[in-house]
Write a protein that binds this ligand. Structure first.
Ligand SMILES: Nc1ncnc2c1ncn2[C@@H]1O[C@H](COP(=O)(O)OP(=O)(O)OP(=O)(O)O)[C@@H](O)[C@H]1O
Ligand SMILES: Nc1nc2c(c(=O)[nH]1)N=C(CO)CN2
Ligand SMILES: [Mg+2]
Length: 243
């Protein structure tokens, strides 16, 4: 998505969620300064692992079922695998290491750090609500590409995307994806412990804000399906077709 189109979405997002764009900018500046001061842990787009086939994992209720299905029926080595934030934990539980993790650092951070140490690249997003987490966790990570939802400054990127899941799809398109399989991308109104590590039950009803975030995630992915030259298959719908 070009920057001008994204800024149109962003202005609507700011209005709907009452986000403070100055706080988004402050977080972006912090992330950019950190990466520029630590050149050795910063990576650029062409250093991220990629080919033209991707699987992108979200943290929805179907994630474990989809992981088991993919492990059994697919040669995962053929795909670039991207975990959206909390989905990283579900992949590690199945002994799968994602090539890339797209995160605003509010998933299970120990698992994200563990996967990063084992070789996953991390695409870290700065926004007005994660400055503290940036301060605390950036020093524990390496192989980082920085993103922002404001107009990009310095070494940061903005290829579009709001939640970690839809931003991962925008990233794949930017990296040249021709085929993308979506797993654990239920959207809807049920969240999992992968999405909210602190919940006691396996799943829970999403609050109003999370529901609205998931609505945006779906709309942004629909926009990609309509506007980009890429085939996207959502396993949630494939299941419906199979009955
Ligand atoms: N039912 C679902 N519950 C949670 N995530 C889902 C669901 N369906 C799709 N996803 C995708 O999985 C991604 C990873 O989930 P996670 O909750 O860790 O993300 P997040 O973007 O950090 O959200 P939040 O800001 O609410 O923490 C989401 O960004 C979303 O795009
Ligand atoms: N300011 C702000 N920006 C965001 C937020 C958030 O909570 N606050 N959450 C996001 C992904 O879920 C993405 N962007
Ligand atoms: Mg997150």
């Amino acid at each position: 998505m070009d920057l001008k189109t994204w800024i149109g979405w962003y202005e609507k997002i700011i209005e709907d969620f009452k986000f403070d764009p100055l706080a988004d900018m402050e977080a972006a500046e912090y992330l950019n300064d950190f990466l520029q001061e630590h050149e050795n842990i910063k990576v650029d787009m062409d250093e991220l692992p990629h080919n033209d086939k991707f699987i992108i994992f979200g943290a929805g209720p179907s994630i474990k079922k989809h992981l088991k299905f993919l492990k059994e029926d697919f040669d995962l080595g053929v795909f670039t695998m991207i975990a959206a934030d909390g989905a990283t934990t579900a992949l590690l539980e199945e002994s799968i290491l994602p090539d890339i993790i797209v995160t605003d650092l509010d998933g299970n951070i120990d698992d994200i750090i563990r996967a990063n140490k084992a070789g996953s690249f991390v695409v870290v997003h700065a926004h007005g609500n994660n400055l503290e987490r940036l301060r605390f966790y950036l020093p524990k990570l390496r192989n980082i590409l920085g993103t922002t939802q404001t107009p990009p400054i310095g070494d940061l990127h903005n290829f579009g995307g709001f939640t970690d899941g839809d931003r991962a799809v925008f990233l794949a398109v930017e990296l040249g994806a021709k085929l993308i399989i979506l797993a654990g991308m239920d959207f809807g109104d049920i969240i999992t412990k992968y999405s909210r590590p602190q919940i006691s039950e396996k799943t829970e009803k999403a609050d109003k804000i999370k529901r609205l975030k998931l609505e945006y995630a779906k709309k942004l992915i629909d926009w990609i399906m309509e506007n980009e030259d890429v085939k996207i298959y959502n396993l949630v719908e494939a299941k419906l077709l199979k009955g």
